[in-house]
Write a protein that binds this ligand. Structure first.
Ligand code: G3H
Ligand code: 13P
Ligand code: ZN
Length: 330
């Protein structure tokens, strides 16, 4: 049993309170490897932003949970070395069982998500409550989820989203004891968040998605005032990256995300955590494809992963400064 406190990590309680009061959101960036971790920490240190390092089950399978834990511990020291002791959370993204959440808590995670949103309401409450009971014994914070996002969540694919029912949030929060709640208001996972027929096209032929359901967000906020809300599936799918990828041998079709102005608007409200993964994948892929096209003789991984890391850092600095508003809040 390792406590996250020994590793220099923090849970989400204090940083969410500050984010709520300050009208900004904390970035939750997924990571699977060293370059992503370096880009996240470099960007957040430079912008002086608190940060949530997110590990999905897929990341655990890919990189090994022990290695990821040591990388997060390393991230704390790396941030200090870069000159700023920013608050860093190590968070399990989309935990689906009590056993997985327990295993992460026992090995040094400071926050876990138990995603019971695919279960019937009462089962979601039961599972979430059990995780909260264990987590709180170790001062680890817990994110629950109500409502279903369309798209791919790890191995689970949801065809359609079911918006969160605001009538349920107060009861859910009270009976589970969660510290934050992910809700469904129209975001979804991946780079194809909307079908073309759900969108309109602007003058340049770019797909414009329907607006997020700010009415549902406001209604949830009214029912649980002061309570931190989380948005998953919040990549914006920058069209510059899609274009670079597709003009360098890629084949991304109808990729469309959440406009950044809408995320900025959400961050000013009760939304305290915004999850971004796909945009980082696009940034890295665009950079790697460019190197492969421009320098076909290059075969040193540092020569393509380095530019990918630089592009990722640039993207995250932009997110923190202009979308989440968490710059200078560390
Ligand atoms: O919510 C999903 C995250 O983007 C993680 O994706 O399961 O492919 O690691 P992954
Ligand atoms: P995106 O696919 O929109 O980046 O969402 C990531 C996410 O919600 C991770 O939990
Ligand atoms: Zn998610």
């Amino acid at each position: 049993m390792v406590s996250y406190k020994e590793l220099g990590l923090v849970n989400t309680r204090e940083i969410f309170k500050k984010a709520y009061d300050g009208g900004y959101a904390i970035p939750a960036f997924n990571f699977n490897n060293m370059e992503q971790m370096q880009a996240i920490i470099q960007a957040c240190v430079e912008k002086s932003s608190p940060v949530i390092l997110q590990v999905s089950s897929g990341a655990r399978k890919y990189a090994n949970q022990t290695l990821l834990r040591y990388m997060a511990q390393g991230a704390v020291e790396y941030a200090k070395e870069l000159g700023k002791n920013i608050p860093i959370v190590l968070h399990l993204d989309h935990g689906d069982t009590f056993e997985l959440c327990k295993s992460c808590i026992d090995m040094g995670f400071s926050s876990v998500m138990i995603d019971g949103s695919s279960h019937p309401y009462e089962e979601n409450i039961e599972l979430t409550r059990k995780v909260v009971e264990y987590a709180h014994q170790h001062d680890v914070t817990v994110e629950g989820e109500l409502g279903v996002l369309a798209g791919v969540e790890d191995d689970v694919v949801a065809e359609q989203s079911h918006y969160t029912d605001p009538a349920e949030v107060e009861d859910f929060v009270k009976r589970t004891g969660v510290d934050s709640l992910a809700i469904s208001i129209g975001t979804s996972h991946g780079a194809n968040k909307f079908k073309p027929e759900q969108c309109t096209r602007n003058e340049e032929g770019i797909l414009v998605p329907p607006e997020l359901r700010f009415d549902i967000l406001a209604e949830c906020e009214k029912r649980i005032p002061g309570f931190p809300i989380v948005l998953h599936g919040s990549s914006s799918v920058p069209q510059e990256y899609v274009k670079v990828i597709n003009t360098h041998g890629g084949a991304l079709k109808d990729a469309v995300g959440i406009p950044e102005e809408q995320l900025r608007r959400a961050a000013k409200s009760a939304v305290c955590k915004i999850n971004i993964d796909s945009d980082g994948r696009l940034a890295m892929t665009a950079a790697v494809r460019t190197v492969f096209t421009d320098k076909p003789a290059e075969f040193d991984p540092r020569k393509y992963l380095g530019p990918a890391r630089d592009e990722l850092k640039k993207l995250y600095m932009h997110k923190v400064e202009n979308v989440l508003g968490s710059a200078n809040q560390a």
